[in-house]
Design a binder for this molecule. Structure first.
Ligand code: 5GP
Ligand code: ZN
Length: 116
């Protein structure tokens, strides 16, 4: 989609260092990390958020979660602990309107704990 920063990264028109990619998904570090490890997991297909996904995205969404677990393991934060966050829409602070999962971790012991 035109003027979508993640579509541009996926198309190779903007730089990003992929830590994972397959036919459906790419993953790369967030440009402004909110944690010592902060990876964005992004579907190659443009869809705005969980607001615009449907039953046909079931496999894709499941795969994105599995890949989050795999990347956490690969980057050594699987045992210490990690979060997966999805911002959907303005009240949640979604800035980039192309669905993405934030994978966050690598804090000092218990530093990443929040009560929700
Ligand atoms: P949101 O608030 O939409 O859930 O998160 C969007 C994230 O994308 C932000 O954490 C922001 O730092 C990141 N981001 C925005 N533009 C770029 C970019 O050009 N490259 C990378 N790697 N991350 C970006
Ligand atoms: Zn896009």
């Amino acid at each position: 989609m035109e003027n979508c920063v993640f579509c541009k990264i996926i198309a190779g028109e903007m730089p990003a260092k992929f830590v994972y990619q397959d036919d459906l998904i790419v993953a790369f570090p967030d440009i402004k990390p909110s944690a010592p490890v902060h990876i964005l997991i992004v579907p190659k297909k443009h869809t705005e958020s969980l607001k615009t996904t449907s039953e046909e995205d079931q496999v894709l969404l499941g795969k994105m979660l599995l890949i989050a677990g795999k990347i956490a393991k690969d980057l050594g934060i699987s045992e210490s602990g990690f979060k997966v966050v999805i911002n959907n829409g303005p009240d949640a602070g979604q800035l980039v309107k192309h669905l993405h999962f934030h994978l966050l971790g690598g804090w000092a012991k218990n530093e990443g704990r929040v009560t929700i």
